[in-house]
Design a protein around this ligand. Structure first.
Ligand code: ADP
Ligand code: ASP
Ligand code: MG
Length: 819
């Protein structure tokens, strides 16, 4: 015998998969290799049988309905593959099995009882049905096949539910049997065996792989092929990590570690017999049969990655035994684990602090209560005396294992693992590293599992390409421009920055949409408008938090005055915020401080370069100076594009009212220009800068000198405002003439000096950095200890959608460096 093939549940589960399976078998026949095949039950059948058993044990008759469903699935397949004239014989055969199965269930229903022994008999029908069915299909194809009930060749002990194989008897039975079948292809039921009395047993869930391995090892085959529904063993469970990819070669030890820890793709003990004989196992995809898949063999082949794969157990409980009386007292852990082993509780992971003050271990959550009671009883004396504080149980946890032989040679794997989890706000409840250094495990909250798997996977396998998950709020001018810029730079970012900005959520004042798989940047606005649901910011943010994606950023591109209320919660959920919206930073100082502190403590960023001077690098420059130890003496700025334009245009001979009108017509002002002329917006900006250099100023600390006289300010409408402004012409004429007479110009300047902010119209002379200005430029001058004699000046267009969006863009990309 050269090969054993094994087809899993999904490969036997449908007409489509069985067609594929048949052609794989035919191909093997054509290549004249000598082989046999092991089959699982049709997918889902084992679970249905177990459920039927549980219903029957409660006396419920609807257990039989499940069997009807199973029967129909098999009949459908038979009717598809077997021509009408042969069908009745095959259907009769299947029906005989189904009737036996129903009798077993009826017995259980009457007795209202299910034992491990009767349960094994019950589930054995899954493999017996599927293998019989496929036997008939292959016979129909005139292949030289024979049906083998594995109970004839695999002998186990009486440990029903998960029996141990008696290899001595099994190996001789297998060899004796195969001596009798000549050239026939044996079609063997997976998963089942029998004890020395001939009673049906099973090898544990997923045990068909084991069957293949036992038979393969007994016959000394050259290779075992495990045919399943994925492209081999992958770097992580592809259902949980979309970017998982096939591991071409893996050592037995690594595969054991990965599969033991949750990856179902092969069943752990199944490797052992093959391992002992050095038989390679190939994991292949029935649905993609030409793909090379994974070879599991003796040696580890080095790869470019430090780790080989990641696996997880979704749900477990952690038991903590703690107390000062445990320190240095030999035997506590011996006693502990002997109790657990006596009760057949399997321990998934153990972690003990070197102080010996506590031991914690992970078990299946269903066992938690039992274990707690057991230990409370066992350690009753120690608990009473206070040597042990108590037995504490934590639930709703998951464990992730990072596996690979390459870790032995590398330092820093756990550092990298812990730091990426920390950065994403994922708390590590416990950790353990096997002394083989093949596996580092971390226990985390179940709600963080998917996020953790994905960031770990990205960190170890895609360090070249990081993904930022972007939620965009606001699809007005800035939001729209930002999307356009992101789309235009997509390829550049991937190629030169190793960064993918994936838009996963978008909202505007009307609609909102979240799509984990990503939203096309170019059509995002149409998509949200057409396919989104109606907007409700609170539920949008709730969904973002629930989705719990790694490296997430929330971009608030609105002028909305309420959205900032969500920032704190976003930070607490480890989501960064990027925004041109000034509301959050210019509110009460307490709020400013709380936002910044929370972001800092959560390891996320709050970025708002565009709060001042749009895309001009004002805040970054300021923060850079502060971080490098410089001290600010003075900040001066023309911080409003509108007012900059107005005073650049307002020269002797022009009417102030006309200039303001012109600014309004060009769209430079708010609908009511008084909002610009009030200086409030400028005040917010300088207030933010003052806070950036560490001052705890409030809005009320700012002195704003008025530009316009009270009559203009109080006008009842925009039109009457312009009328009043006309009437005040002489006042403005006087101001500008005075300035020009002195060789000066008028500028609306915000200044911060000696911890005080003043804002007002000033004359500047020809030596002043603000003397030469154009259009709607912003300009800002930092006078510091280092820039003492000549200030550092930043000047340029400080408003407009393009430059603001590009500032937001730069903030977002800077987060990618941290991801
Ligand atoms: P079969 O029915 O063929 O025995 P299983 O359901 O037992 O198949 O195992 C295949 C499944 O294992 C895949 O569909 C996949 O979702 C899951 N799986 C978990 N971890 C991994 C992994 N690291 N690589 C491949 N598959 C995995
Ligand atoms: N049918 C069994 C199960 O579902 C065995 C197997 O598929 O490997 O566990
Ligand atoms: Mg399986």
């Amino acid at each position: 015998m050269e090969k054993i093939l094994k087809f899993g549940g999904t490969s036997c589960g449908s007409i489509e998969s069985i067609s594929l399976l048949v052609s794989i078998i035919e191909k093997n026949v054509q290549s004249q290799s000598k082989f046999s095949v092991v089959f699982s039950a049709m997918s889902g059948v084992t679970n249905q049988l177990l459920e039927a058993g549980s219903l029957a044990s409660k006396g419920k008759k609807n257990a039989l309905d499940l069997i009807d469903e199973i029967e129909n699935r098999h009949f459908e397949v038979v009717k598809h593959f077997i021509p009408i004239k042969g069908q009745s014989q095959v259907i009769a055969h299947i029906r005989t099995l189904i009737n036996e199965l129903k009798d077993v269930l009826k017995g259980m229903t009457l007795l209202k009882e299910i034992s491990p022994k009767s349960s094994d008999l019950l589930v054995s029908y899954g493999e017996r049905l599927s293998t019989s069915m496929i036997y008939h299909i292959l016979r129909e194809k005139e292949l030289n096949v024979c049906f083998v009930d594995a109970r004839e060749i695999i002998q186990t002990n009486d440990n029903f539910g998960k029996s141990e194989v008696d290899f001595e008897h099994t190996n001789s039975k297998i060899n004796a049997f195969f001596d009798t079948i000549g050239d026939q292809i044996a079609l063997i039921t997976g998963f089942i065996g029998s004890n020395s009395k001939g009673e049906t047993t099973t090898l544990g869930r997923g045990g068909s792989d084991y069957t293949a391995s036992i038979v393969g090892a007994a016959l000394n085959v050259k290779e075992i092929e495990i045919w399943t529904d994925v492209d081999g063993m992958m770097t992580a469970d592809p259902r949980k990590v979309k970017t998982a990819f096939t591991i071409p070669t893996i050592s037995y030890a690594e595969a054991m570690e990965l599969t033991h820890f949750g990856a179902k793709v092969i069943y752990p003990p199944s490797l052992q017999p093959a391992f002992a004989k050095g038989i390679p196992i190939r994991v292949l995809n029935t649905f993609n049969p030409d793909f090379i898949g994974t070879v599991v063999s003796k040696k580890h082949t080095s790869s470019k990655y430090i780790i080989t794969g990641i696996s997880s157990i979704d749900s477990l409980a952690l038991v903590n035994v703690q107390g000062s009386g445990m320190v240095g007292v030999a035997g506590v852990s011996a006693k502990l684990f002997s109790v657990l082993s006596k009760e057949q509780v399997s321990v998934i992971l153990i972690s003990q602090a070197s102080s010996e003050h506590s031991i914690c271990f992970a078990i299946e959550p269903q066992m938690a209560e039992k274990v707690q009671n057991l230990l409370n009883k066992e350690f009753e004396k120690e608990i009473q005396s206070g040597d042990i504080e108590g037995i504490e149980v934590q639930k709703e946890l998951s464990v992730i294992a990072v596996v690979g032989e390459g870790m032995r040679k590398h330092t820093g794997v756990s550092g990298k693992l812990f730091s990426v989890l920390g950065k994403n706000g994922i708390n590590i409840v416990a950790t353990a590293q096997g002394s083989s250094e093949l596996n580092i495990s971390v226990v985390i909250a179940q709600k963080d599992l998917s996020k953790a798997l994905n960031v770990i996977h990205e960190t170890f396998f895609f360090s070249q390409l990081r993904t930022l998950h972007l939620y965009l709020v606001g699809t007005g001018l800035i939001g729209k421009t930002l999307l356009k810029q992101l789309a235009g730079q997509e390829r550049f970012l991937a190629k030169y920055r190793g960064l993918k900005v994936k838009l996963v959520g978008i909202a505007n004042s009307r609609k909102q949409l979240i799509r984990e798989e990503g939203i096309d940047l170019e059509t995002a606005i149409e998509t949200v408008n057409n396919e989104g649901e109606s907007n409700d910011m609170a539920s949008f943010v709730e969904k973002i938090k629930e989705l719990n994606l790694p490296n997430a950023v929330f971009a608030d591109c609105t002028a909305n005055k309420e959205i900032y209320h969500h920032y704190l919660g976003l930070f607490q959920s480890s989501i960064s915020v990027v925004t041109p919206n000034k509301v959050a930073n210019s509110g009460p100082y307490k709020q400013y401080a709380e936002l910044h502190q929370t972001a800092l403590s959560k390891g996320v960023k709050f970025l708002y370069e565009t709060n001042v001077g749009a895309g001009l690098p004002v805040i970054n420059t300021l923060q850079g100076l502060i971080a490098s130890g410089d001290r600010f003496e003075k900040i001066e700025g023309v911080l409003s594009g509108t007012l900059s334009f107005i005073f650049n245009q307002f020269v002797p001979g022009k009417s102030f009212a006309e200039v303001v009108k012109q600014a309004k017509e060009k769209g430079y002002t708010e609908p009511d220009p008084r909002e610009d002329l009030s200086g409030m917006d400028v005040a917010r900006k300088i207030l933010i800068l003052s806070r950036e250099i560490g001052l705890k100023l409030e809005f009320s600390d700012i002195t704003i000198e008025k530009i316009i006289p009270t009559n203009c300010e109080n006008a009842s409408s925009v039109d009457s405002f312009f009328e009043e402004l006309d009437k005040s012409n002489a006042y403005f004429e006087n101001l500008v003439n005075e300035a020009y007479k002195n060789g000066n110009k008028l500028r609306y300047i915000a200044a911060l000096e000696n911890n005080k902010i003043t804002i007002g119209l000033r004359e500047v002379d020809a030596n002043h950095p603000f003397y030469q200005m154009d259009g709607a430029d912003n300009v800002i001058a930092f006078t510091t200890q280092r820039y003492h004699f000549r200030p550092l000046v930043i000047k340029g267009p400080g408003a407009g959608a393009e430059v603001t969006a590009s500032g937001v863009f730069a903030d977002i990309v800077s987060l990618g460096n941290l991801a």
